[in-house]
Design a protein around this ligand. Structure first.
Ligand SMILES: [Zn+2]
Length: 96
């Protein structure tokens, strides 16, 4: 969660900035991999993202995600599980 909120983690822009990657592209779809890409845009997570959106009854954006997380514990849990899945998978795959 901290990685997602700060943008310091397994995303191409950050890894390129700190010299661990040659470019900023996403390892899954080759679009520019900024801090919000995997959670909000990357086609790899389309199904899981839509499932989370349907459970909370709305679309998450970088502008409303913190507000949505603070609505209630159920929504917090749904959003946290989705973000943890995305970031956790990227970390695991990044180490391989
Ligand atoms: Zn992508």
């Amino acid at each position: 969660m901290a990685q997602f909120l700060t943008g310091h983690g397994e995303n191409g822009r950050y890894l390129h900035k700190i010299g661990k990657r040659e470019d900023e592209s996403c390892v899954d779809c080759l679009l520019t991999d900024g801090k919000d890409h995997a959670v909000f845009e990357c086609p790899r997570w389309y199904g899981e993202r839509n499932e989370a959106f349907s459970k909370i009854g709305g679309v998450l954006t970088p502008d409303n995600i913190v507000q949505k997380m603070c609505q209630n514990e159920t929504d917090w849990g749904i959003i946290q599980r989705f973000i943890t899945l995305v970031i956790g998978t990227r970390e695991r795959e990044g180490r391989q």
